[in-house]
Write a protein that binds this ligand. Structure first.
Ligand SMILES: [Zn+2]
Ligand SMILES: [Zn+2]
Length: 340
């Protein structure tokens, strides 16, 4: 099969022929139809993110068609349209049993991150990690469920617990932020997005935000006070995860408020125990989402609550051009690889 292979850090992926994944008893082989490109991939490529053993096939936002079944698989048939939950877990440890699968103690790896993923004509996944993709969802939008939408469901519903009338600030309105805005609006919250580029500000308005702050031109903290009657935000979700954005979150949230960290980086954050205690701040981490989040994410897209925004499509052969476009800030929604 054809795959885009990462052979070394800081060098382009190599599109070449490799052998198809071999199936275990409970594995399913999926023919990739589409695979979203996530910012995490750029970090893996430049060596600042997760470090898979090389050579490696990235791609953690795929969707496709069941092509072959392991001998123990009865839940699917060849031809089923599917989308994966990308966390391959044990299903038995404390965290798996208490619906916090992404904390699995015996974690086997994430599809496309530690395990070969969707930048290939085929990928494999255990049966329990695959979910049927409803017929009204195209593969392009469907693939985005696997990471961006699932991450948003987990962040907005489970971790931030956004409810009606909350003032919610969302920092970074790329693929994940766009879904979060739609889910938070659906919950009845007032949503303020923060973007750094004018084009993103315009795009952000499509997803129902009450206001999008252009952080390159507006004073973020002041504007948030103004938009929340001087009170500040109940909840801030930071999809960027830099020191700079954390400081924005800290300035935006009111006493007793909640900051949910979704974006990851190597930055450390300047926060004193004093600030946490006297302001009774909740600072929470949020990591992707489990299978229950995937079921919810599929429903939200099926019912039109979340419309993933596919702004750019590329064939597998042009995957390096896709990465360049993202780096240059040209991609306004999600870029996806489409495989015929
Ligand atoms: Zn991702
Ligand atoms: Zn586990």
């Amino acid at each position: 099969m054809k795959a885009a292979v990462m052979r070394a850090i800081n060098s382009p992926l190599v599109v070449e022929d490799v052998s198809e994944p071999e199936l275990g008893y409970n594995d399913v082989l999926v023919q990739t139809k589409s695979c979203g490109i996530c910012g995490t991939d750029l970090h893996i490529m430049d060596g600042t993110g997760y470090k898979p053993s090389l050579p490696h096939i990235m791609g953690h936002e795929p969707a496709g068609i069941v092509a072959k079944l392991g001998s123990g698989v009865t839940k699917f048939k060849v031809g089923d349209r599917v989308v994966p939950n990308i966390f391959f877990t044990c299903g038995e440890c404390f965290f798996c049993r208490t619906n916090r699968e992404t904390m699995c103690l015996n974690f086997k790896g994430a599809l496309g991150v530690g395990i070969n993923g969707g930048y290939a004509e085929y990928f494999k996944a255990p049966t329990k990690n695959l979910f049927l993709l409803p017929p009204n969802i195209r593969f392009e939008e469907g693939s985005i469920i696997a990471d961006a939408v699932v991450t948003s469901v987990h962040a907005v519903r489970r971790r931030a617990q956004v409810k009606a009338d909350d003032n919610v600030v969302i920092i970074g309105i790329g693929g994940v932020g766009q879904s979060e805005m739609q889910i938070a609006k659906h919950a009845g919250a007032k949503v303020i997005g923060i973007a750094r580029r004018v084009q993103r500000v315009q795009v952000g308005q499509r997803f129902g935000a009450d206001y999008i702050i252009d952080s390159s031109r507006e004073k973020v903290a002041e504007k948030i006070r103004e938009l929340t009657n001087g009170f500040g935000a109940d909840i801030v979700i930071d999809n960027v995860g830099l020191e700079e954005t954390f400081l924005q979150a800290l300035a935006a949230v009111h006493r007793g408020g909640r900051i949910v960290m979704v974006g990851e980086s190597e930055d450390t954050i300047p926060l004193s125990t004093f600030q946490i205690c006297v302001n009774e701040l909740d600072v929470l981490g949020s990591r992707s989402g489990g299978r229950e989040d995937t079921v919810e994410a599929i429903k939200l897209v099926e019912n039109g609550v979340v419309t993933p925004y596919v702004s750019d499509t590329f064939p597998l052969e042009k995957i390096n051009e896709a990465f360049d476009a993202i780096k240059q800030g040209k991609v306004m929604g999600r870029a996806v690889i489409k495989i015929p």
